[in-house]
Design a protein around this ligand. Sequence first.
Ligand SMILES: Cc1cc2nc3c(=O)[nH]c(=O)nc-3n(C[C@H](O)[C@H](O)[C@H](O)COP(=O)(O)O)c2cc1C
Length: 203
Amino acid sequence: MSHVLAISGSLRAASFNTQMLQGLQTLAPEGMHIELFKGLGELPHFNEDLEADPPATVHRMWQAIADADGLIVATPEYNGAMPGVLKNALDWASRPYGASTLPGHAAIVLSASPGIFGGIRAQSQLRELFALLNVYVVGGPQVAVPEVHTRLDHEAEPGERLNDPTTRAMLTSLLHGLAEAIDHQAGRRLIQPLHHWRSQLAS
Ligand SMILES: Cc1cc2nc3c(=O)[nH]c(=O)nc-3n(C[C@H](O)[C@H](O)[C@H](O)COP(=O)(O)O)c2cc1C
């Protein structure tokens, strides 16, 4: 049984990225439970002055990440980049310095856009950021969904909207990749060489 936290980089009520995440549970391998994180919009703008006593919303996200066996992040693309609200959340998640709950997790990332490039530039940034933060990201298949509005049944229930067979097949593969990464502790293995560095930080 694995517990996976899904984060959408969009606050929009009808977000395509959020709709994609809502559809993942039906594609997930047996034993994987996916929970959608809802607190992104309540996080304050990151400010180092707030770090000594961060608000409860920040603690909630830190704990939600700590409790998760794996992560899924779906990002829109704003002006060729990941949205500020997602970068802000990941900046918070990267703290406290040396004691962040993020490193050592396995993750998958995806992006979706009504445009023809599927938000691939934002997704690439997200991959780069996760490499920096010692999060193990499953390499492929790379899912950047173009013209996403044409791949959803807008009349269906929230968890059942994704009706494009190719996207469904790719997401299914990606979710199996995540399950294997969690089973093989790929994230933990990634940070093993960092234990010495961490102990130096703590001393
Ligand atoms: C400020 C802004 C900038 C955008 N820039 C891009 C972009 O660079 N590339 C792209 O594919 N779509 C861009 N879009 C369109 C978004 O992909 C579209 O609004 C999408 O629906 C947002 O994701 P969501 O549905 O998950 O909220 C932009 C939208 C906004 C509001």
